[in-house]
Structure formats: structure tokens, C-alpha cells
Design a protein around this ligand. Structure first.
Ligand SMILES: [Ca+2]
Ligand SMILES: [Ca+2]
Length: 432
């Protein structure tokens, strides 16, 4: 073999090696996509349609000057003790709670939000880095006067004109909700209390950062990737709590890392336990089942405080909350009912936002404290009465019990009186 031949052999070898490498990369890419597809099918746990859609006008006029008509019959708010800490006008009862703080930011990683809805439009998080005057070198534009619409990524976060969040499905700034799920979840957390329609959120007025990762009409195989991107967006932009009313049976390293990154930034992740009626201790559901301690997994109960047959359960599930026929906001200004651990998750997120709102400086509250207060304040969840169920289910259906606002607020005020000195963060610092 002469030198020229040898060179060609080396080149051919490199080419073949490269092809093999690229074939490996492709097959690994295909495996990833297949995993994503599996994840997507697992993530299609949303109710296909709300059980019932009630037009806003048929909800009826407000009962009193400032009472929303939906409040009176809101069993879910009653169950979590909302009216033990707020009066019927949804004003805080002195000594029980303070108003919800608009400094608290909840990232709702979901199907987007109807940002024009009367229950929600006042409660949108806004990105300071993409708002304010724009000095256009070419002169003012009729269509755009400020940096929210200038087509420039002013805050260099990789997203152009991301003012209220992001639509990761279509990669556009406005995360409009065409499904309904995300608007419903956002309403349970933050709906206006005294606007004359609908009901009240658990923590009316906290800010919603809407991050749309899911759209059944989009190319859903990116659900997992979009979830991870949404988590990193929430982390970068300072969310205090992430609400994730979704999930699937397959764990994903990138998703777990995103949950851990949220933990490193002191963000509580509240996630649905899933709607398969199964034991998550045996068949986990992610992200609720990641063994990362900033995760709160949520099961769902009905108005008799029984676990829904569809709700997942197990000691790995942190807490239970209302999740059957929940009235909340839907796109195009409507209201309607939806059910599942998704809705229960939003009640727990709202409670965590209320706990954060009590603090003079919310940055001083750790996710560990929030979780402790939710758990310590919970009321007992009865074991199932159904004989078949008793055989199939453990006596202890969730780690703590039923979400209780007065219980959690009490736990918080007691711990403030006798503070725990060695929080994990302080302990870590003291070692260095
Ligand atoms: Ca940006
Ligand atoms: Ca901009």
C-alpha cells in the first residue's frame, strides 16, 4: 500500500466511522423520540373536555356588592378552610391571614392561559426585561412603541418579546390557552375574588407566569422537552412556586435535573399524583415521584373527603386536596368544571402562595418550610370505606392528609414563634 492508498484508507475509515457514529447518534435520537412519544401518551391525562361548561353570563349576577356568586357553593374552598381565614367578602380575617401578595410568582407549566379573562388578566406576571420604552433608531413605529413588541430579545434570555411567559409549543411569546386546562388551573390559584363573576382563587392576586408546554393540536412529541425548557424559564425568571398539573409514568433525567435546578433556587414544585387510581409507591408518576425534596405530590378528593377512585395515592404522595367538579375559569371568558389531581395540585399551589404571602420578605422562606407547613397543617384523610378498595389500598393513602389553610397558617405562625435554626441552607453554609 503506497502513501496515497494509505491516505484513502484512513479517509474511508474516518468516513465509515463517522457514518457509524452518526447512525448511533440517530438511533439514540430515535430512542429519545420514542421515549418522548411514550411520555406524551402518558401525559395525555388531561380531561378531554371539561365536564360542563357554563357561560359566564349564566353564572348569575353577584349576590352582594362585592361577593362573587360562585363563592357560596364552592365546596372546595370550604373544604380547605378558606372561609376560616377569609370573610365572605374575601377579605383576610384579622389574626388568621394576610392578603395574597402580588410579589409571589407562580409558574403554571400547562396549556397556557386566557390572558384576557376577567378572572386572570389582572394577575399576570410581567417580565421587567421586556417592558419599557423603546428608542427605535429608525423612529417610532405605529404598531410598537415599547420593547415588549420590538422583535428584540431585550433581556437576552433566548426568547423574543416574552412579556407574560412563553408558548414553548409554537415558540411564540403569547401562551394563549386553546385547551382550557391551563386557564382552569390558573383560576384555582389566583382568580379575582371580587369582580362579580365566578369564584375566588385560593390566593387571589398572586402573579401567574404562564408557560405553555402542551397543546394537543401541536406536535406533542416535544412535551418533555418543552416541560424542561419551561422549568428553566421559571427558574431564570424568579418564580417562587412551579405548578405542574401533568406528568407521566416514565422518569426523564433532563426533567429530574430541572426539578433539582428549581430546588437549588429554592423553588417549590407542586405536581399532580396522576389519575390512574394506582399506588405511586409501586408505580411512580413523574415529576411528582422524583425523590427530590422540593416536590409536593398531590392526590384528589371529593366533597365527602374521600379519595377519588381515579386519584393515584401512596406514601410518596405528599397531600390530598379537592379535585372533583371544580369550578374555575376557561378560555374565551367562560367558566366550567374540571376534575382530577390537576385541580387538586392547583389548590395546594394556592395554599403555598398564601403561606409565602404572610412573610414580610418572601425570599427568606425556604421550600422546606413551605412543605413542612403544608404537611403539618393537613387534616386526616379517612381510609377508604369500599371493601375492594381496602384490600387494594394502604391505610395511609397519602403521606400527610387533606390540605388545610388554617392548619398550615397555624403551623407557620408556630414555627415563626419558635424558629427552626438549622434549615438545610444554613447548615450547608455553616460547613464552609
Ligand atoms: Ca427575552
Ligand atoms: Ca423585546
Amino acid at each position: 500500500m503506497n502513501f496515497e492508498h494509505a491516505i484513502w484508507v484512513v479517509i474511508l475509515g474516518l468516513l465509515l466511522g463517522g457514518m457509524a457514529f452518526s447512525a448511533r447518534a440517530e438511533s439514540s435520537e430515535m430512542r429519545l423520540q420514542q421515549a418522548d412519544m411514550a411520555k406524551r401518551s402518558a401525559k395525555l391525562n388531561y380531561p378531554k373536555l371539561p365536564e360542563e361548561v357554563v357561560e359566564a353570563k349564566s353564572v348569575g349576577p353577584a349576590v352582594g356588592p362585592k361577593v362573587d356568586s360562585g363563592l357560596a357553593q364552592d365546596w372546595a374552598l370550604t373544604t380547605i378552610g378558606f372561609f376560616d381565614v377569609f370573610n365572605p367578602l374575601v377579605q383576610p380575617i384579622q389574626g388568621k391571614t394576610k392578603s395574597c401578595s402580588n410579589q409571589v410568582v407562580v409558574a403554571v407549566v400547562d396549556t397556557g392561559i386566557d390572558y384576557t379573562h376577567s378572572e386572570l388578566r389582572e394577575h399576570l406576571w410581567t417580565n421587567d426585561g421586556e417592558t419599557g420604552a423603546w428608542k427605535n433608531p429608525a423612529g417610532p413605529l405605529a404598531s410598537c412603541q415599547d420593547i415588549s413588541c420590538n422583535g428584540i430579545d431585550d433581556d437576552h434570555d433566548g426568547y423574543v418579546d416574552d412579556v407574560i411567559g412563553w408558548d414553548f409549543v409554537h415558540d411564540v411569546p403569547l401562551p394563549y390557552d386553546t385547551h382550557g386546562h391551563g386557564s382552569h388551573i390558573s383560576g384555582i390559584i389566583s382568580a379575582s375574588a371580587s369582580n362579580g363573576v365566578g369564584s375566588s382563587g385560593v390566593c387571589p392576586g398572586v402573579k401567574i407566569m404562564s408557560l405553555k408546554y402542551y397543546d394537543s393540536s401541536g406536535f406533542g412529541y416535544n412535551n418533555l422537552q418543552n416541560t424542561v425548557r419551561a422549568f428553566h424559564y421559571a427558574i431564570r425568571h424568579g418564580a417562587n412556586i412551579i405548578n405542574y398539573s401533568g406528568g407521566g409514568a416514565d422518569p426523564a433525567p433532563a426533567e429530574r435535573k430541572a426539578v433539582e435546578a428549581a430546588k437549588a433556587k429554592n423553588i417549590l414544585v407542586v405536581a399532580a399524583a396522576g389519575n390512574e387510581g394506582r399506588n405511586n409507591d409501586k408505580l411512580p408518576y413523574f415529576p411528582a415521584s422524583y425523590p427530590v425534596d422540593n416536590v409536593v405530590g398531590v392526590a384528589s378528593i371529593d366533597r365527602n373527603e374521600d379519595l377519588l377512585p381515579s386519584s393515584n395515592f401512596g406514601e410518596a404522595v405528599t397531600i390530598a386536596a379537592p379535585g372533583l367538579s371544580i369550578m374555575s375559569s376557561l378560555p374565551r371568558g367562560r367558566f366550567g368544571m374540571m376534575s382530577g389531581t390537576s385541580q387538586a395540585t392547583a389548590f395546594v399551589t394556592g395554599a403555598a402562595a398564601l403561606l409565602l404571602s404572610q412573610a414580610p420578605d418572601i425570599s427568606k422562606i425556604t421550600y422546606t418550610q413551605l412543605k413542612q407547613w403544608l404537611v403539618a397543617g393537613a387534616r386526616p384523610l379517612k381510609p377508604s370505606k369500599d371493601a375492594e378498595d381496602i384490600k387494594a389500598k394502604p391505610t395511609k393513602l397519602v403521606a400527610s392528609g387533606i390540605l388545610s389553610l388554617p392548619g398550615s397558617l397555624r403551623a407557620q405562625s408556630q414555627s415563626v414563634k419558635s424558629p427552626v435554626l438549622a434549615t438545610p441552607e444554613i447548615a450547608r453554609k455553616s460547613r464552609h
